[in-house]
Design a binder for this molecule. Structure first.
Ligand code: PEP
Length: 267
């Protein structure tokens, strides 16, 4: 029986919080806890903190990433930052399609698709965020919306490069609201996303892609999500701003890692 090992990823998203000093202080507090982490610890930090954080995080096996990037290689785009620039600063991954980017900055699937392709070409791991609004869920359109987002955002992505992809399911109604999805809802959706990835690429790509849940994750509810077979990690906003709560979630991930690290595939 062939075994597929999926990485477990705990990713913090700091949004527009923390100066460089605050970021470095955070990592000093976190370092003893993550020293032996057997899951992948990721932090999406403000652009201004990437370089120093990446230098400091190297020895701690924490991956530092950006929260956004532009799809162009370079050019007259005042205020924008290119993939090669965040890579050059030390980022190894980038969040793309976060609902705040979609809602506040009007990013659409076509733009996000170009960014996903540019990130992959630039050797940056994209964490593609997808999620339905409250209204879309109420209208019974959740799967339709997610399938559309996955299909459009991954259009034309090379199968080999797709192996570097991470997908985060973040229901818009759960982000920053204190109302997390139930672990059952998140599992059902991630199982659907895995099927969709299999139809867009193939079973191998779908089986190896880490699928994260995000939306009001706390140190109290994280274990329920991590115990689900199709949830390989978490994308965390508020609870990643404090070393204590973020560390607690990392520890919970370590303890639950053995349960779905290896997944049977086929006979
Ligand atoms: C996020 O910003 O991706 C997020 C999930 O935020 P929060 O954990 O605060 O809901």
């Amino acid at each position: 029986m062939e075994q597929v090992t999926r990485r477990r990823v705990i990713c913090g998203n700091w949004k527009m919080y923390k100066t460089i000093d605050q970021a470095l202080h955070f990592i000093d507090e976190l370092s003893p806890i993550v020293a032996n982490a057997n899951c992948n610890v990721y932090l999406a930090v403000p652009f201004t903190a990437i370089k120093l954080m990446a230098d400091k995080a190297k020895e701690l096996h924490i991956s530092i990433g950006a929260q956004n990037m532009n799809d162009a290689t370079e050019g007259a785009f005042t205020g924008e930052v290119a993939a090669l620039m965040v890579k050059d600063a030390g980022a190894s991954f980038v969040l793309l399609g976060h609902s705040e980017r979609r809602r506040v900055f009007k990013e659409d699937n076509a733009f996000i698709n170009r960014k996903v392709k540019r990130a992959l070409q630039s050797d940056l791991e994209p964490i593609l965020c997808i999620g339905e609004t409250f209204e879309e869920r109420e209208e019974g359109r959740t799967q339709e919306v997610l399938k559309e987002q996955l299909t459009a955002c991954l259009n034309g992505v090379d199968r080999e490069l797709a192996k570097k992809l991470i997908v985060a399911y973040e229901p818009v109604w759960a982000i920053g609201s204190g109302k997390a999805a139930t672990s059952e809802i998140a599992e059902e959706i991630q199982s659907f996303c895995r099927e969709t990835l299999a139809s867009l690429f193939d079973a191998e790509v779908a089986d190896r892609t880490p699928l994260l849940y995000g939306g009001s994750v706390t140190s109290e509810n994280s274990k329920d999500f991590l115990n689900q077979p199709n949830i390989d990690g978490l994308l965390i906003g508020s609870a990643s701003l404090h070393p204590e709560s973020f560390a607690k979630i990392i520890q919970l991930c370590q303890n639950s890692a053995s349960s779905n690290d290896s997944l049977a595939k086929g006979e």
